[in-house]
Design a protein around this ligand. Structure first.
Ligand SMILES: NC(=O)c1ccc[n+]([C@@H]2O[C@H](COP(=O)([O-])OP(=O)(O)OC[C@H]3O[C@@H](n4cnc5c(N)ncnc54)[C@H](O)[C@@H]3O)[C@@H](O)[C@H]2O)c1
Length: 250
């Protein structure tokens, strides 16, 4: 098989209605793959599906409105995918939320909301995806971590903890899935110009070697590399895509 061949790839992507997830779907479609768009925001999901599958009268069958923090809904989604499209070949977990809050004022509810999406949601989605991939004995998974998973900043305890957990969950899943020929990796973006970065301020990106924010497409390219057979000996790894922010101590 060619190292870079997505022609028969069937790839569920969470957080697909916006930002990095949407960019991943665009790149996958350009390479001939069939991305399945998963998001909890129905209106933006419908717009994204119509955009990615423009000209396809049956485009809505590639969109699934699901809240990834709801395990039963995620499992039901993968049952529907199996019936409607077959077994998946890869997966990308990009859905995530930011939860500000100083530890002295962080409410139980805010803590659980962020962990529910950023950690439980990744686990529930990866578990359901792994069942498909174990059955077909092959494939690759990519999860969205963050530079916030390796270092911290003020008033971001829930977000930082959730992203550090994604890094080690990715290693653990790589261990479990290796015997099935399935690779599991993560990408750790720096400051990327998406709706999540309200205000569009360069912020911490100015401290990186490249001194600019990244584009969602630049993260998507790294995701496609890790999904592809070009990365056939890479598993359990978290790849920084941050313009050098994590490379400096200055
Ligand atoms: N943008 C950045 O600078 C940056 C940096 C590091 C990491 N990340 C991570 O990259 C991922 C994507 O971020 P983005 O910038 O594209 O954000 P975004 O806000 O543009 O998109 C996130 C998408 O996830 C969806 N979503 C949120 N909660 C969901 C849920 N419970 N179930 C299903 N869908 C849900 C949203 O509706 C939205 O469409 C996130 O995990 C984020 O933490 C982003």
């Amino acid at each position: 098989m060619a190292a870079w061949n997505f022609q028969s790839a069937l790839v569920p992507v969470t957080g697909a209605a916006s930002g990095i997830g949407l960019a991943v779907c665009r790149r996958l479609r350009q390479e001939g793959a069939t991305p399945l768009l998963i998001d909890r925001d129905g209106a933006r999901l419908a717009a994204a599906v119509a955009d990615i599958y423009a000209g396809d009268a049956d485009a809505s069958r590639y969109g699934y409105q699901v809240d990834v923090s709801d395990a039963a809904a995620v499992n039901a989604c993968f049952d529907r995918i199996r019936q409607e499209h077959g077994l998946i070949t890869h997966s990308v977990a990009s859905a995530g939320i930011v939860g500000p809050g100083h530890v002295l004022s962080l409410s139980d509810e805010d803590w659980r909301r962020v962990m529910g999406v950023n950690l439980d949601g990744v686990m529930f989605f990866c578990r359901a995806a792994a069942r498909h991939l174990a059955e077909r004995r092959g494939g690759a998974m990519v999860n969205m971590a963050s530079i916030a998973g390796q270092a911290a900043k003020h008033s971001r305890a829930s977000y930082s903890a959730s992203k550090a957990a994604v890094v080690n969950l990715t290693r653990a899943l790589a261990m479990d899935m290796g015997e099935f020929g399935v690779r599991v990796n993560a990408v750790a973006p720096g400051v990327i110009d998406t709706p999540m970065q309200t205000g569009g301020s360069i912020g911490i990106a100015g401290r990186g070697a490249l001194k600019r924010m990244g584009d969602a497409d630049e993260v998507a390219n790294a995701v496609l590399f890790l999904l592809s057979d070009l990365a056939s000996y890479v598993t359990g790894h978290t790849l920084a895509v941050d313009g050098g922010v994590s490379a400096t101590y200055a």
